[in-house]
Design a protein around this ligand. Sequence first.
Ligand SMILES: CCCCCCCCCCCCCC(=O)SCCNC(=O)CCNC(=O)[C@H](O)C(C)(C)COP(=O)(O)OP(=O)(O)OC[C@H]1O[C@@H](n2cnc3c(N)ncnc32)[C@H](O)[C@@H]1OP(=O)(O)O
Length: 248
Amino acid sequence: MAKSLGHFSSLVSFTKTQLSRQCARLFFRTSVRRTVMRAVPSILSPKARDFSLPNPSWGDEMMRLYNHYNQQGGVDPEGGGEQGGRWTRLPSYNRSLKYAIGGVYLSKIIQSKARLFTRNIQQAGAAFEYVVFYTNDKQRCVCVLQAGHLLEGPPGHVHGGAIATMIDTVTGSHASLLCAPVMTANLNVNYRSPIPLGSTVLIESTLGEQEGRKMFVSCKISSSDGSKLHTEATALFVSVGVSHLLRG
Ligand SMILES: CCCCCCCCCCCCCC(=O)SCCNC(=O)CCNC(=O)[C@H](O)C(C)(C)COP(=O)(O)OP(=O)(O)OC[C@H]1O[C@@H](n2cnc3c(N)ncnc32)[C@H](O)[C@@H]1OP(=O)(O)O
């Protein structure tokens, strides 16, 4: 009896210690969370961050081109005029599915930890800094890209896979504007001249033929002043049903 009482009291004191530890942990977590919430509300805020807005890592050329497409009345610098010539900025989130209509439920089913590949590097300016604009008629998109130091392939230049990733992203976003969701069925890339790391380039996407569920898109990457061609590509997107994404 004495033995079992002793066992009981040690259990109570053990539970008490555990409880106080739990409380301390909870208090610590809550107060840290509160401090962090106050310091960086944007990180924990339920409001989605739009990654295509300027941040302090954007260099002069990136800002100049952003302002060029965003502010100059949105007029196409290549003289597209009113017809399909005005540019609209495409917002960009790191959880594309969650912020799509009804996507909050789908993102839970598919992968709550999923983040868009091009938007998941914490340090601003380290990798893909980009903003996409599209014309009213949605026939053309232009992306201003500043390629950060984490994208190195050949010394001092951007990795070919990173270039293909951006082509897929821009042409895929373009095709998604017309018919989401889409999947890349085919991507052909011709690398014409290397892209210096840290430079700002223009990625232009033009809609080609549409045949049923198929959308053909062409793309080129050039230096920000248009004097040098870096890359040319063609892509085929196929529109799919949501069930295609769920099937895996
Ligand atoms: C939602 C919100 C969006 C937000 C924006 C986010 C921004 C980020 C954007 C990021 C974007 C990133 C995007 C990514 O990275 S997507 C990731 C990379 N892509 C994949 O993983 C796709 C894998 N493939 C498939 O899922 C299927 O094969 C697809 C869906 C492509 C077609 O399978 P499905 O069973 O559905 O269709 P089907 O087989 O009856 O074919 C239909 C038609 O297509 C023709 N065909 C098919 N394949 C090819 C081919 N290789 N070349 C030429 N033609 C091809 C085919 O002949 C037929 O033509 P026709 O006989 O009718 O004439």
